[in-house]
Each structure stands twice: as structure tokens, then as C-alpha cells.
Design a protein around this ligand. Structure first.
Ligand code: EPZ
Length: 419
């Protein structure tokens, strides 16, 4: 099994360029199903979740020409309305159901897999209720869902829980529905507004994306064109936290600091020295960082995807911080591995830990339970004295392109080894 081996406490410095946003790529790829015309997607990250999404598209009849960081997708006719078991490896495969239902009026799919962070099996009740609100019939048998509709009609749906993929999936299903759809209590992530802007440029009629209420006037068809994926704000925030934790001097290029206000407002409070421009963020050596409690929240609040890296940073900060993870049920489980490395962490309940710092961390053998805990372990390994080994690194490769190569260019002693 491949693993990362890190020898910690090497001085890190230099520049790192941010890749296209994973959580934008995983929506614009299924969006290709909405049109019979070819779409070209640029700034596409080379990560395993993108590979899986492209595999799903090809299984549905798409022709995909892949460049170094782009892809052109042609799906004149969709040859299947069933999403294969490939979906079991990718939670975001659930997004395919919206465009498929819109184009084919039916879709069959397995329960989507992916990270283990959500409650139980990562519920999809919001998606099923939303499809029913558009007039579809939903059946479930042996872990497979069948959704069909003679025609999709505009409807109204209130998300009882805010869901980014739920918002994007239903928005796309409604694009080709007959009539007006009103989605309420939508997620506000910037990737949603970018997706809606692209769809509108191809003939869709979506208003309010980026706010809590999105209104979609259905159209008969949309065309397709070119879409450039925005910088990955979570990758940018992760690198910024890594620089602060390892006392590095780091410039993060090709990012959008305006998407990181929740993190940067905390950096200002806790003594992390930084300067930001339109598309870069420079973190300067910050010897004395103080603790600050965070509560994860949907955008523009503190992102749950930065919670794990931030928890590592708090082990190096002076004082006590409560980390309150409000979105996912299992996203703090990785802290017991941080404790094994020497961190002073008390789990109050499954959603809250107290981190006392600063603590010296020591290298250990670790297993990455999910994507964001995995990158947090890399940050802990870079900060720790001695050698850290991290296995199950598929979970990290899913979302961070060539992460070992890119960190080595900053001076990190990290290698990928296969037992
Ligand atoms: C998106 O997930 C991201 N994933 C997540 O990133 C990110 O953490 C999250 O937004 C931030 O809110 C993608 O964009 C592909 P959910 P989202 O499964 O919001 C509940 C990463 O590491 N829920 O909808 O689509 C669920 O239990 C990933 O890049 C229901 O109750 O996530 C959770 O509490 C992790 N019923 C909340 O909503 C449903 O039908 C969000 O979960 C669906 C979700």
C-alpha cells in the first residue's frame, strides 16, 4: 500500500500555485450531461476524484479528450441512465443524478460512497425530496435508487439542511424542467454562483445563485461552451495554515483570497503575518500564534474542510481553542492520532474538542481516514520532530494534486513509498 514518509521540521519556503477547485470540477463535469454540445473545461485538477467523474461520464456515453489540465467532453446522446458502481467510490457522484434526470427523465444509481465523515452513510434525503418536488417518482431497492418522471415540472423546495451538492444537483435538474423552480435555504458557496453563471451563458435562466433563494425558469435545451474552474479555496487555505504551523515563508499563487475571509480574519486575530493581493497570499514567519476557537459553518463561515488543518495549527498556538465541527459527525476522529503525536487534545463530544498549545509533536505511523484529515496529518508530520508515515494516501490523492512533489519544491522532506 503506498504511503507518505515525512521527516519533519525542515524549513519550508518559496511559492506554491493553487490548482483548480475540486469541488467546482466535480459539478461542472456532470453539468456536461445537460447539453448535447461539447464543453471544454479548463484549470481541471489532476486528482483521482476528477478521474472517477470522467470515468462515470464515459460509462454514460461521453467522449472525453483530456489535456494536461483541461478536458473537452462530447455527449451527443446519453447511452445509459444508470450510474455504475464507480459511484460507490465518490460521494459527489450524486451530482450526476440531477443532469441525468433532466436530460433522460430517469436515472438509476447506487447510494453514493466517498468519505466516511458524514452521519452513517452520508444521507441523500434532500436530493430525493427535491426530485419529488419536481414531479419525479423515487423508488429504492437493494441500495439502488430509481428516479423517473414523464416530465420534470418546476416546483418549490426548502432544504431542511444546507447542502452544497444538494443545491447544485437540484439547480441543474431544474434547468430543463417545465416552469419555474424555487429552491430555498440554498448553500452560498462561490462555486455555485460560478456554475450558475456558466449555465446562464449557455441559455439557462437561473437567478439568485450565491444567495439562499435560487429561482430557475426551465428552458428546453442549453448549449455548451468553455468553463475555467476557479482556484481551490480549500487548497489555498490549507497551504496558508501549513505555512503558519511550520513557521514558513510562503507565497500562495493563483488563489482568490476573497474566498478565504473566514480564515484570514482569524489569522489577523491570532498573529499570523500575511499580505494578500488579487490572486496571491503571502504568509510570513509568525513566531507567536495565539489560540482561537472556531465553529465550522457553511460559506462564508469557517469551512469544515479547513477544520482538520486548523486543528493542527492550534496544537502550535499559545492557549486553548475549542474546535466545534457542526457539519459532519466524524470529522474530529482524526484528533486521537494527533494526540498520539503529542498534541494536548481533549474530546468533549463527537463534535467538539479542546486543543491546548503549544505542544511539541513527534512523528508517528498514521492512517488517513478522509481527505482533509489526511492533509492535516501531512501538516502535523511537517511540524513534528522525527519521522511520520501516513498510509491510505488514496484519500489524499483524491483531492490534492501531486501533493508530495509540490511540497518537496518548498523544501519538505516527504516521499511516496510503496511497501
Ligand atoms: C460539499 O459537501 C463539499 N463536497 C464538501 O467537501 C464540503 O465539506 C461541504 O460542501 C461544505 O459544506 C463537494 O462539494 C463535493 P453533504 P455537501 O453531503 O455540502 C447533510 C471535501 O472534503 N445532508 O450534502 O454537498 C449531511 O449529513 C468535501 O472536499 C443531509 O442531511 O455535503 C451534512 O450534515 C467533504 N441530507 C450536510 O448535509 C442530504 O440529502 C452536508 O452534507 C444531504 C446532506
Amino acid at each position: 500500500m503506498p504511503k507518505f514518509v515525512i521527516n519533519g521540521q525542515r524549513p519550508l519556503a518559496g511559492e506554491i500555485s493553487v490548482r483548480g477547485a475540486k469541488n467546482a470540477a466535480l459539478k461542472i463535469l456532470p453539468a456536461a450531461l445537460l447539453s448535447a454540445e461539447p464543453i471544454t473545461i479548463k484549470n481541471l485538477p489532476r486528482i483521482q476524484d476528477v478521474d472517477l467523474s470522467i470515468k462515470l461520464l464515459e460509462e454514460l456515453g461521453a467522449e472525453v479528450d483530456r489535456g494536461q489540465d483541461s478536458a473537452t467532453i462530447r455527449i451527443e446522446t446519453i447511452t445509459d441512465s444508470r450510474i455504475s458502481a464507480t459511484a460507490n467510490k465518490l460521494r459527489a457522484s450524486v451530482v450526476f443524478t440531477g443532469p441525468l434526470l433532466a436530460r433522460m427523465r430517469e436515472v438509476r444509481f447506487p447510494h453514493p460512497g466517498g468519505c466516511v465523515i458524514g452521519a452513517g452513510t452520508r444521507p441523500i434525503d434532500l436530493f430525493l425530496e427535491g426530485f419529488a418536488a419536481l414531479g419525479a417518482e423515487v423508488e429504492e431497492a437493494d441500495g439502488y435508487y430509481s428516479i423517473r418522471a414523464d416530465k420534470l415540472s418546476g416546483g418549490e423546495y426548502f432544504f431542511t439542511t444546507i447542502s452544497v451538492t444538494g443545491t447544485e444537483t437540484l439547480m441543474m435538474a431544474a434547468v430543463l424542467a417545465e416552469g419555474k423552480t424555487i429552491l430555498k435555504n440554498c448553500a452560498l458557496e462561490p462555486e455555485i454562483a460560478a456554475l450558475a453563471a456558466y449555465l446562464n451563458s449557455q441559455g439557462a435562466k437561473i437567478s439568485g445563485a450565491g444567495t439562499a433563494t435560487i429561482v430557475i425558469d426551465g428552458v428546453k435545451r442549453i448549449s455548451a461552451g468553455e468553463f475555467t474552474i476557479m482556484p481551490d479555496r480549500i487548497e489555498a487555505g490549507t497551504f496558508a495554515i501549513m505555512a503558519a504551523a511550520t513557521k514558513a515563508e510562503l507565497t500562495i499563487r493563483d488563489c482568490d483570497p476573497s474566498h478565504l475571509e473566514a480564515l484570514l480574519s482569524i489569522f489577523s486575530k491570532i498573529g499570523v503575518k500575511f499580505s494578500a493581493g488579487k490572486d496571491y497570499l503571502t504568509i510570513r514567519k509568525s513566531p507567536d500564534i495565539s489560540s482561537y476557537s472556531v465553529k465550522t459553518h457553511e460559506y462564508p463561515g469557517f469551512p469544515t474542510d479547513l477544520q482538520s488543518p486548523y486543528t493542527v495549527l492550534m496544537t502550535q498556538a499559545r492557549g486553548s481553542a475549542i474546535i466545534h465541527e457542526t457539519i459532519y459527525d466524524r470529522r474530529l476522529l482524526f484528533t486521537d492520532m494527533l494526540a498520539q503525536m503529542g498534541a494536548d487534545i481533549i474530546m468533549c463530544d463527537p463534535h467538539r474538542v479542546v486543543v491546548n498549545g503549544p505542544s511539541k509533536l513527534y512523528g508517528r505511523k498514521l492512517t488517513s481516514p478522509d481527505l482533509r484529515a489526511g492533509i492535516a496529518m501531512i501538516i502535523a508530520g511537517l511540524t513534528a520532530e522525527g519521522k511520520t508515515e501516513i498510509d491510505n494516501i488514496y484519500q489524499i490523492d483524491r483531492g490534492y494534486e501531486r501533493i508530495d512533489e509540490r511540497l518537496r519544491s518548498l523544501g519538505a522532506d516527504i516521499t511516496r513509498q510503496d511497501d
